[in-house]
Design a protein around this ligand. Structure first.
Ligand code: CA
Length: 366
């Protein structure tokens, strides 16, 4: 509403309102420009992850008519992908866009704010962050490294990965060198595989050269761009390791604390928007991309059987007990995660899961 009209209307409305209107502050003087350097762990224009981060950067600039002037640097344009954390924690840059489980070597708690084995799907992690105490625990963890983080994208349920051979029993995982980050990699290690963490841009060459035997990345839409099918035809689902990877907008905490409340709210709104939009894009594009991979590239779709999944489950419990033993904070993050998984998971079971099962059965959606 036009401010002058509002004041006029308020004055007509009479007594108390008119007094309130006369107490309106003078129009704010133009706030000064805020230059923001934003680094990312994704290659320039990489679909979904990279384009989502770039879309966020543009949105933030557009929402403020350029007052927040975001200069975006893809991986290697300013620092290497995995140096994004230090670049922002040190204050050299103000923001990063990343998957926080890349930092699990610094503290296992970070993994919970991307995805953990047998963790949350998209709607569940949003419930945890917004209503289950997740954001507060993330704030506590991030503050101890000089950071403030917000949800800023999600890939949804990821695929289990690309394998050169079929995985019919847990024994088939033994000795596999697999690119799989986060606690999911630790689960694979318990089952005798050798997990490695590589940025997306380095996976293809390592898979083609035989330096690794298998890899996970994201899902059909993203994975098709990296052509993993040229080296590994078996494409397994569902990934136990990343049921909904939340991406993070990480910010230097001193810089964040110095912003006005309204600027913090603008950044939060822009990040939460990207959290939803990115998820929508993945869901819109994964199905048709999977069809294309099967039809045009001869990709063999396989589902992990119950034996393999049971082994994943047992190994995940061992990994969790090690993560919890790390520190009081890791233990509290885990306990909060488990509580929400039980509370919201029970509801998902009788809502989304059962509805989708019946709808797709009746209509033959497959
Ligand atoms: Ca992944």
């Amino acid at each position: 509403m036009n401010r002058r009209k509002f004041i006029k209307g308020a004055a007509v409305a009479g007594g108390a309102t008119a007094v309130a209107a006369s107490n309106f502050p003078a129009p704010a003087i133009a706030q000064s420009r805020i230059d923001i350097a934003m680094v990312a762990t994704w290659g320039r224009d990489f679909p979904g992850l990279g384009t989502g981060a770039q879309r966020f950067a543009k949105r933030l600039s557009d929402m403020t008519d350029g007052r927040m002037n975001v200069k975006y640097y893809a991986a290697n344009e300013r620092v290497k992908a995995f140096d994004s954390f230090d670049e922002v924690a040190s204050g050299n840059a103000q923001m990063y866009h990343a998957a926080d489980y890349y930092w699990k070597g610094k503290h296992p708690g970070w993994a919970y704010f991307t995805a953990v084995p047998f963790g949350f799907v998209f709607s569940e992690i949003n419930s945890w962050i917004n209503f289950g105490g997740g954001q507060e625990l993330w704030d506590e963890l991030a503050a101890s490294f000089g950071l403030k983080c917000l949800p800023c994208g999600n890939t949804g349920v990821q695929m289990g990965g690309w394998f050169r051979k079929e995985i019919n029993s847990p024994d088939d995982l033994k000795g596999l060198k697999m690119r799989i980050p986060g606690l999911g990699g630790d689960v694979m290690a318990k089952l005798g595989a050798s997990p490695v963490s590589l940025p997306g841009g380095q996976i293809y060459e390592n898979l083609m050269s035989g330096a690794i035997d298998a890899t996970e990345w994201v899902g059909p839409w993203n994975d098709s761009f990296y052509k993993f099918y040229e080296a590994a035809k078996y494409y397994y689902y569902p990934g136990m390791h990343e049921p909904a990877s939340m991406l993070s907008l990480g910010m230097n905490k001193s810089w964040w604390d110095g912003l006005s409340n309204s600027d913090q709210l603008i950044i939060t709104a822009a990040a939460h928007t990207e959290n939803d939009v990115m998820m929508a894009e993945y869901n819109a594009k994964n199905g048709s991309s999977l069809d294309k991979l099967i039809r045009e590239q001869g990709v063999q779709l396989r589902v992990f059987n119950d034996d393999v999944y049971d082994a994943f489950g047992e190994a995940a419990e061992e990994v969790f007990s090690e993560a919890r033993a790390h520190s009081n904070l890791a233990n509290r993050i885990h306990a909060s995660f488990v509580k929400t998984r039980q509370d919201v998971g029970r509801w998902m079971n009788i809502s989304d899961q059962e509805y989708l099962r019946q709808r797709n059965r009746v209509l033959g959606v497959s």
